[in-house]
Design a protein around this ligand. Structure first.
Ligand SMILES: Cc1cc2nc3c(=O)[nH]c(=O)nc-3n(C[C@H](O)[C@H](O)[C@H](O)COP(=O)(O)OP(=O)(O)OC[C@H]3O[C@@H](n4cnc5c(N)ncnc54)[C@H](O)[C@@H]3O)c2cc1C
Length: 441
């Protein structure tokens, strides 16, 4: 096990509880990262919440599924819980103390303080967004230079059913651009701006409040990763000549080119999630809601993922890894945690949990398994397997990833409750079918 963060601690525990001897290589203690402050396993680097516990919320559902599989990280979070409404909020020291104690004193786990510089087989690499340089180099040598990114530049994603079809229109520029899943109308949804709407949008964008992260998190902007607000500051027309250029996109309602266009590109094959092309941003979340909802057609947009720009090492999983997130030429070298292109504490832990289960299965001569895409964990894995490698960006848990219900349910809350009920039923059945009883906690 390389890395004793959230994913690594969970994976090590799952393996040890299934009878395997595990060595965890964690470099903190001999070598720090720019964000961690202690040498404890599973340190939370920033906020102290695992988000909602309600299963009608995507993060709540993800946690409920992980509980069915016996997550030690969630067990520790319960021990460390502090009041936080419906969110699972923790005392960070009590939390990492509990994980550290439980994992490092396990009779089958040995904790070694050292920086790993190579990929172990069998083994799990879960070195997170701040993977050390030497190991990052080893990953690039093995997977190819293009396969490991050091920054993410994430554009927001909105749900299809929250986009106003009375305003947006479907078209590809000059009718030319094509992509998988594009219908005859074209690959993109286009939000047309009048001049006044564009001017008001630029004013709102340039005045909005942006997130200031740690110093190490200051990303050297290069083309393709420049925040949309930074482009807007460079000149009032910069966006109109960049990602918002209106040419070749005639608005069928007016018969003319709009003054500017914001484009949305389909993010998933089911067409439930649409990505605001070129809108990577450092705006704070409430500001993203306020400013991007002034885009014509997105007045009621439901954000499934917010934009961000971070320092973040992650593998282009759809281009480089197998369905269970192993090397293609060695199924026993798995990746887990944020390094696989999931985003967030809980998502990272979930991939650690499944990696531990799968290494255990393979060592026993059984094939690796992944839950169905009707579950949140299965849907995240499907994203990592099937997302377009050319536009791959890290992803958090959200309902847009999960297969639709067989019949349409209009009420959003009812729909989510039904999706959650189905997911938990299928996760239990999947667990039992593969005799994956949760670890004892
Ligand atoms: C500054 C910052 C703020 C964040 N804020 C949040 C937040 O508020 N909420 C949220 O949900 N997510 C947040 N994230 C994302 C967060 O890092 C992940 O969700 C989570 O920590 C990922 O878990 P992980 O196990 O993949 O990586 P980590 O928890 O980072 O664990 C990786 C471990 O690997 C070790 N390591 C690295 N390289 C080596 C090596 N070569 N040899 C041995 N050990 C090594 C590291 O020391 C670390 O302990 C943040 C990330 C950063 C960088």
């Amino acid at each position: 096990m390389i890395g004793g963060g959230l994913a690594g601690s969970e994976a090590a525990w799952q393996l040890a509880e299934r009878g395997h001897e595990v060595v965890v290589h964690e470099m903190r203690g001999v070598r720090g990262t720019p964000a961690h402050k202690t040498d404890r396993l599973a340190e939370l680097v920033c906020s102290n919440t695992f988000k909602s516990t309600e299963t009608s919320n995507a993060h709540g559902l993800l946690k409920a599924e992980m509980r069915l599989l016996g997550s030690v990280v969630l067990w520790a979070a319960d021990q460390a819980r502090v009041p936080g409404g419906s969110a699972l909020t923790v005392d960070r020291d009590v939390f990492s103390g509990a994980v550290h104690e439980r994992v490092s004193t396990h009779p089958r786990i040995m904790l070694v303080r050292e920086e790993a510089t190579d990929l172990p087989s069998p083994g799990i690499v879960a070195t997170g967004p701040l993977t050390s340089d030497a190991l990052a180099e080893a990953i690039r040598r093995r997977l190819g230079v293009e396969s490991l990114a050091f920054y993410d530049a994430i554009a927001p994603i909105v749900s299809r059913d929250s986009i106003d079809d009375a305003i947006v229109f479907r078209a590809s520029r000059y009718g030319k651009e094509t992509m998988d899943g594009a219908d005859e109308g074209g690959a993109y949804l286009n939000c047309p701006f009048t001049r006044d709407q564009y001017e008001a949008f630029i004013d709102a964008l340039t005045a909005a409040d942006q997130h200031h992260g740690h110093e190490f998190d200051e990303v050297p902007y290069f083309e393709g990763c420049m925040p949309v607000e930074e482009m807007a500051r460079r000149g009032r027309d910069t966006l109109r000549f960049g990602p918002m250029k209106p040419v070749g996109l005639r608005d069928p309602r007016t018969g003319r080119d709009a003054y500017a266009i914001a484009q949305l590109r389909m993010e998933d094959r089911g067409g439930r999630m649409w990505n605001l092309v070129g809108f990577q941003t450092r705006l704070r979340i409430p500001e993203q809601q306020r400013v991007f909802r002034t885009i014509p057609g997105l007045e009621n947009a439901e954000f499934l993922r917010y934009g961000s720009i971070h320092r973040n090492s992650y593998v282009n999983s759809p281009a480089s890894l197998t369905a269970h997130l192993s090397l293609r030429d060695d199924p026993l070298v798995l990746f887990a945690g944020q390094l696989t292109g999931v985003e967030g504490y809980t998502e990272s832990t979930a991939t650690g949990l499944l990696a531990g289960i799968n290494v255990s299965r393979m060592l026993a001569g059984e094939p690796p398994v992944v839950p169905p895409p009707t579950t949140m964990i299965g849907a995240l894995y499907r994203y990592l397997r099937e997302a377009d490698p050319a536009h791959f960006q890290p992803m958090n848990a959200n309902f847009g990833l999960v297969d639709d219900l067989p019949t349409r349910v209009k009420d959003k809350r009812v729909k989510r409750e039904q999706l959650a009920e189905r997911a938990l039923g299928e996760m239990s059945a999947w667990r039992d079918a593969h005799t994956l009883s949760g670890a004892t906690l």
